[in-house]
Structures are given as C-alpha cells and as structure tokens.
Design a protein around this ligand. Structure first.
Ligand code: GLU
Length: 259
C-alpha cells in the first residue's frame, strides 16, 4: 500500500507494550516511541496517540501484581497511572520540542452528536497547533454504558472522529497469524487482509496479557470500525516503534487491513 499521502495517523499502543511484566513503565520503549512519533510529526504527519497503560502503570506504581477485578479499584488505579503516564509522555516528547495534550473520552462522544462535535473541534484545534493529542478512555467515569470496552475500539473510533488516513496498532505480536504462533511453530503471518469475514475472526483467538485487555479479537473489531470509514488498519509489533518508519518505507511487516 502506498502511504505517500497519509497525513493524519492514529497510533495505538497497549499496556503490554508500554510496561514491563512487573507493571513498571518500559522507559526505553516509551522514549523511542516518543522520538519516532515526534520525528513523523516533524516530517509533516499529524499524529494522534491512543495510549492505554493507566491501570497497568497505576498497578506498577503502588506495587500491585495482579489486575484487580473490582471496578472502583481499577478506576482508582487508572487515576494514579494516568497521571504518571502523562508525566512521562510530556517529559519524553518535551525532549524533542513536541507538545502534547491529554484527551480523555467516554463512549457518549459517539452516541451524542453535540459531544462528538465538541471532541472533533478539540482534535482539529490541537492538530492545527501541531500538538499530539494523547487519548485514553476516561476510566474514572467510564462504567457500563459509558464504556468503550477496550482501547483498540477506542482507537478506531478516534480514527473515525479525526478522519484519519490510517490507524496503526502497536502490540505484542507482529501481525495477524493464521493460527496461534505461540503454540503452532508453523503459524504464518498474514501480510494483507481484504475484507473481514468469519474465517479471519476465528483466527483472532482471545485474551491478552495480565496487564492489558483485548487481544487480537478487539484489534480485528477495530479494523472493521475503521474500514467502515475507509481507513486502513495496520497491526504491528510494538517492541520496536521504528516499525512505524518501516511501514512508511513500504517494508513487508505486520498485517494491513486494506480498504
Ligand atoms: N483505559 C485502560 C488503561 O489505560 C486500558 C484499556 C485497554 O487497554 O484496552 O489502563
């Protein structure tokens, strides 16, 4: 796929990519991610970053090893972690003179016209000012009916709100495979998917790590939401944020859901 005219890109990064197994932030990775995104922004692209990690980083900060089940606990951890997350992003992006803004959303931005209108205006202003919006769900208020469910879905919704040219999901696997590569050594990566059908959904399997939510199923759903608005989705290995450059260079990495 030719990405020459790709200007607005939503990049999504998940908890398992941003944090070490003990929940503490993977600073080397976050630092590199901030450099690559600042550089892409310098090259004239407009980046919107959808970042998970609030609950995970909150857990790491207070030394909790397993993700709690209770909603209030998770919300409290998100409140602790979101602040740390933005502090680190602001610091690393600041090293490259890249300003950032925090945007916390609840699902009613999709269902309520006035709210989506306000959110779209805010995004447009931020992008005009050359600022990278860093988006997460507003976890402290997002319960049940206000819930996006997961940040893969959130990233696809953000892509549609900002009219993105591409959605790039950085995750802990380097694309969609025809079977589980952790259990099947012959599993093959699928470089290009055109149209999402039951067969593709069946390949997606389930759950993610103990720090994030999601897994491949929510990524495929995100690709479907984006595809409805003719936005291609890329699934890429997040352990090397320079993979974003490789996609622009036309290298055969990850999986692209073509539209
Ligand atoms: N909003 C949650 C957090 O920042 C993450 C949800 C997700 O990873 O899908 O911890």
């Amino acid at each position: 796929m030719n990405l020459k005219n790709t200007n607005v890109i939503v990049v999504k990064v998940g908890t398992s990519t941003l944090t070490h197994e003990n929940g503490k932030m993977n600073l080397r990775l976050v630092e590199l991610l901030c450099r690559v995104l600042s550089d892409l922004q310098n090259s004239g692209k407009k980046i919107v970053l959808v970042s998970s990690g609030a609950v995970g980083v909150g857990m790491g900060k207070i030394g909790l090893e397993t993700r709690p089940r209770g909603t209030a606990k998770k919300q409290a951890l998100a409140a602790i972690g979101q602040c740390e997350l933005m502090f680190i992003y602001d610091k690393f992006f600041g090293e490259y003179n890249q300003n950032v803004a925090q945007v916390l959303l609840t699902a009613d931005v999709v269902s309520e016209a006035e709210r989506s209108h306000n959110v779209i205006n805010t995004f447009n202003e931020l992008l005009d000012m050359n600022i990278i919006p860093i988006v997460n769900e507003n976890d402290t208020v997002a319960v049940d009916e206000l819930n996006f469910g997961d940040n893969d879905t959130l990233s696809a919704i953000v892509a549609t709100l900002v009219g993105a040219d591409a959605l790039m999901i950085l995750t802990d696997i380097d694309g969609v495979y025809d079977s589980n590569p952790k259990t099947n050594p012959n599993a093959k990566r699928i470089p290009v998917i055109r149209g999402i059908n039951e067969e593709i959904r069946a390949m997606a399997g389930g759950a993610g790590s103990n720090r994030g939510t999601g897994g491949m199923a929510t990524k495929i759903r995100a690709a479907e939401i984006a595809a409805e608005k003719h936005i291609p989705t890329y699934i890429l290995a997040g352990d090397d944020p320079e993979n974003l450059y490789r996609v622009f260079d036309g290298q055969d990495i990850g999986t692209v859901f073509e539209v």
